[in-house]
Ligand binder design. Structure first.
Ligand code: PPY
Length: 311
């Protein structure tokens, strides 16, 4: 049976490029969805076997739609990550020039990354949000006069794909911008440790109290675990109620991570495990002093001995 991958479409989004990178031109079927929520709902419903969604951008930060959809609802697991360099073009149907552009359609994360260029080049242009960058390009190509915008900000490859011409290239404010995408699956078997892994969890506190976040983070720090991302997201239950979405280096099968998660399970109202997966850059985890598997196993063996009256 071939694998079916859902993704934030249509073809030509940065997410579709992440999927190209993850599953290059093998027989896997690809199904485009209009939003992150739709792609993850299709995965939960069993329409697809995996879904590629954007989670974090080096300029604009976390993708709230993805963080929130993973933090609640039927459990899902991240099974891999892909990092894609991001460059943007301004694209429009043939015959439209930069001087004609009064409004620009694109994804909110793309707009945030070209704001400086827009302020300098098209200071009066209005931003029109679309569900993805390629959705703006596809809409312009299908009905150029009905969108309320004359140009789209999208990936360079999306312009020819959707029959648009490039008015300006490389319009991103930060040359080195990258976006991190995750491949999500329904719960099942975990990827085996690769030696260079990351683990993602969402932590829900029991009650608000002084030092509460410090207590959570200390579970990692005390066991020599390096954190690579920390975001607070509203739980949506009431004003001021937050959960914490955290990436740490290592695999749940690592002794230090297993012990940290047990510590968190004791002190949190809920710990949502979102997966252990190979990190895109292949960099091995930085492990604090005396926090290797052998160190933890030796300490546990010692405890076993003294419990039996030994030393
Ligand atoms: O809209 C897209 O092309 C996406 O894949 C989401 C996105 C938007 C801007 C930067 C990175 C990802």
């Amino acid at each position: 049976m071939s694998t079916r991958f859902g993704y934030l479409g249509p073809e030509g989004t940065f997410t579709s490029m992440a999927l190209d990178q993850w599953a290059p031109a093998d027989g896997a079927e690809r199904v485009a969805y209009g939003s992150v929520d739709a792609a993850l709902a299709a995965l939960r419903a069993g329409e697809v076997d995996g879904a590629m969604v954007p989670i974090e951008n080096s300029v604009e930060g976390g993708v709230s739609a993805t963080l929130d959809a993973l933090a609640s609802g039927e459990p899902l697991l991240v099974t891999g990550e892909v990092v894609v360099p991001i460059t943007f073009v301004l694209a429009a149907p043939a015959g439209v020039s930069t001087a004609d552009v009064r409004a620009v359609g694109t994804h909110s994360h793309a707009w945030a990354q070209v704001r400086g260029w827009m302020a300098a080049t098209l200071p009066d242009a209005v931003y029109v949000p679309t569900l993805s960058t390629a959705a703006a390009a596809a809409a312009l190509a299908a009905a150029p006069t009905e969108q309320g915008f004359q140009a789209a900000v999208c990936a360079p490859a999306a312009a020819p794909l959707h029959g648009l011409e490039v008015l300006a290239s490389d319009i991103g404010d930060m040359q080195a911008a990258v976006t991190r995408f995750v491949l999500v699956a329904r719960p099942g078997s975990l990827p085996a440790p690769s030696g260079a892994d990351k683990t993602t969890v969402v932590l829900y506190q029991r009650e608000d109290h002084a030092g509460g976040l410090l207590e959570l983070l200390d579970q990692f720090a005390a066991r020599g675990i390096n954190m690579t991302r920390l975001e607070s997201r509203p739980t949506k239950a009431s004003m001021g109620s937050y959960c914490f979405s955290v990436d740490v280096e290592g695999h749940v099968r690592d002794e230090r991570l297993g012990e940290a998660l047990m510590g968190l399970r004791r002190i949190c109202a809920e710990v949502r495990f979102l997966g252990s997966y190979a990190r895109a850059d292949g960099r091995a985890a930085t492990v604090g002093p005396r926090a290797s598997d052998a160190d933890f196993t030796a300490a546990r063996d010692w405890l076993g001995r003294i419990r039996e009256g030994g030393s």
